[in-house]
Design a protein around this ligand. Structure first.
Ligand code: F0G
Length: 420
C-alpha cells in the first residue's frame, strides 16, 4: 500500500491531465482522471485516490468555502450552493465538563443541505459534468441522498437514490423528495443498497456519487484544511486531535489526505498532524473492531443497528484508506452506545449547537476516551459534527423535553408555570 504520511510530491505521470491523475492505493496503477469513468482500479479493484503533481500550501488558498481550496482540487470551481466555511463553535461548558485544554466543534450541519456531504457533491457533480454523464446515483443512509438531490437538481441532472427502507430519518427523505430525486426504498440495509448502486455504475447505468468515488473525498478534504486554518488563526497552532463519527470512513480518509498533502507541500510538519479519532455506534462498529484487533482488514458486519441511522453501516468501503489514517496519525477508534449518543446530543444542544445523533457520536466518543485516559487533559481537540438537528426531528423529540398542553388563557399559563 502506497499511503504514507508526508509522501513527497510526485512528478506527473503521462496519464495526468493538468497535473491531476488517479492512482490505486493498492497496486499503484495510474489512470487518466477524466477520460473514462472508473471508481476502482482496473487491474486489482483497489481504491483510487486523486493525486496532484503540486500539492497546495497555505498561500495558494483564497476566497471562502470549499472552492477557497481549489489549488488542492481538480477544478477551479463547480456547481455551488455554496458550501463549506462552517462554524467552529466554542463550547466552554462542555470543554470544562469533559476536561480538555481546548474544545471546538466544527458544525458541518451548517452546510446548505445540512451535512458535510455538500462539500463532496460540489466537486463530485463538477466531475460528473466533465465526464458528460446524465444520471447520478447513490446509496444512502439519508444525507448523501439529500445532497445529491440538491446538487443534481442545480446541475440539471437526473438523480436516483437507493435508501434502506424504514431506516432513514424524516428530514433527509423530505429533502431528497422535494429536490426531485427518484427515491428507491430497498428492503435491506445501506450496505446492500451500495452493492446494488455499484453494480448499476459498473453497468454504465449511473454515475456513482458515494464516497467510493475519489472525487467526493477531494471536496470533503476541505474540512481538514478549514479546521487547521481556523485553529491556527485562533491559537497559533494546530489541534492535537480531531474526533469524528465514522460510517463509510470517507471523512477519515479525506482528512488524512488533507494532512498528507500539507505535509508533502511543506505546509505542516508531520509531528503537527492531529490524531484522527473515529467514533462508531456500538451496534455498527466494524472499524473499531479492526483497530482494537490490529487487523489490516475490516470484517463486514451483516447485522447493524443504532439510533444514529446515518452511521448504521456494516461495511465501511473506505477502510483501506482510513485505517492507515487513524494509525499513522496516532489516533484511535472507539464505540459508544445509543444512550451516550443521545446524552451528547443534549450536551451540544445545551451549548446551542443542534446536531443529529450520528454527529453527537464524536462528543460521546471524546467523553469516553477522556474517561479512559486515552485523551489527555492538556489536549486541544476538535469534534466534528456532521449533520444538523433538523435532519432527524424524531430523534430530537426523543432526546428533548415534551411540550406541555395548557388552556388558552394568560391565567392558566401563569398558573401552569408556577407564577403568582
Ligand atoms: N455523520 C453523518 C451525519 C452522516 O450522514 C454520515 C454518512 C457519517 C457521519 C459518516 O461519514 O461515511 O464519511 O464515515 N452518511 C452517508 C449517507 C453514509 O448516506 O448519508 P463517513
Amino acid at each position: 500500500m502506497s499511503l504514507s504520511l508526508g509522501a513527497p510530491a510526485q512528478d506527473a505521470p503521462a496519464v495526468a491531465d493538468d497535473g491531476v491523475w488517479l492512482e490505486c492505493i493498492s497496486c499503484g496503477g495510474q489512470f487518466a482522471p477524466f477520460d473514462d469513468i472508473r471508481f476502482t482500479c482496473d487491474d486489482c479493484d483497489g481504491l483510487l485516490e486523486v493525486r496532484y503533481a503540486d500539492p497546495p500550501t497555505w498561500d495558494d488558498f483564497s476566497g471562502e468555502g470549499v472552492w477557497r481550496y481549489s489549488a488542492g482540487l481538480p477544478f477551479e470551481e463547480g456547481v455551488s450552493l455554496p458550501e463549506g466555511h462552517t462554524p467552529l463553535h466554542e463550547v466552554p461548558r462542555l470543554r470544562e465538563d469533559i476536561g480538555v485544554n481546548r474544545l471546538r466543534v466544527k458544525h458541518e450541519g451548517m452546510n446548505p443541505t445540512g451535512s458535510f456531504k455538500d462539500r463532496g457533491m460540489t466537486v463530485g457533480v463538477r466531475v460528473a459534468e466533465e465526464l458528460g454523464v446524465d444520471r447520478l446515483a447513490c446509496a444512502s443512509t439519508g444525507n448523501t441522498s439529500a445532497a445529491l438531490a440538491a446538487y443534481g437538481a442545480r446541475a440539471g441532472l437526473e438523480t436516483l437514490v437507493l435508501l434502506p427502507a424504514g431506516k432513514v430519518a424524516a428530514g433527509k427523505v423530505a429533502q431528497a423528495s422535494l429536490h426531485d430525486a427518484r427515491i428507491l426504498e430497498v428492503d435491506g440495509n445501506f450496505d446492500a443498497c451500495l452493492d446494488i448502486v455499484q453494480n448499476l455504475a459498473n453497468k454504465g447505468e449511473v454515475y456513482l456519487l458515494n464516497s467510493l468515488n475519489p472525487f467526493r473525498l477531494e471536496g470533503q478534504k476541505t474540512i481538514g484544511f478549514e479546521i487547521l486554518e481556523e485553529f491556527r488563526d485562533d491559537y497559533g497552532r494546530f489541534p492535537d486531535r480531531i474526533v469524528l463519527p465514522v460510517g463509510n470512513a470517507g471523512n477519515t480518509a479525506a482528512l488524512f489526505k488533507a494532512f498528507r498533502e500539507l505535509v508533502a507541500a511543506g505546509a505542516m510538519d508531520a509531528d503537527e498532524v492531529p490524531a484522527l479519532t473515529g467514533v462508531q455506534a456500538a451496534g455498527a462498529a466494524p472499524m473499531v473492531e479492526a483497530i482494537e484487533n490490529g487487523a489490516d482488514e475490516v470484517r463486514r458486519w451483516e447485522e447493524v443497528e443504532t439510533r444514529a441511522t446515518a452511521i448504521r453501516i456494516g461495511n465501511p468501503v473506505n477502510a483501506p484508506k482510513a485505517l492507515p489514517g487513524i494509525r499513522e496519525t496516532g489516533g484511535t477508534a472507539v464505540a459508544v452506545d445509543d444512550e451516550a449518543i443521545t446524552e451528547a446530543q443534549r450536551d451540544l444542544a445545551r451549548e446551542g449547537v443542534g446536531v443529529e445523533p450520528a454527529s453527537a457520536a464524536s462528543v460521546a466518543g471524546l467523553r469516553t476516551l477522556r474517561g479512559r485516559g486515552v485523551v489527555d487533559a492538556d489536549e486541544d481537540v476538535v469534534c466534528l459534527t456532521t449533520g444538523h438537528l433538523l435532519k432527524d426531528p424524531d430523534a430530537a423529540y426523543e432526546a428533548g423535553g415534551d411540550p406541555e398542553p395548557v388552556a388558552n388563557s394568560t391565567s392558566a399559563v401563569l398558573e401552569h408555570i408556577g407564577a403568582e
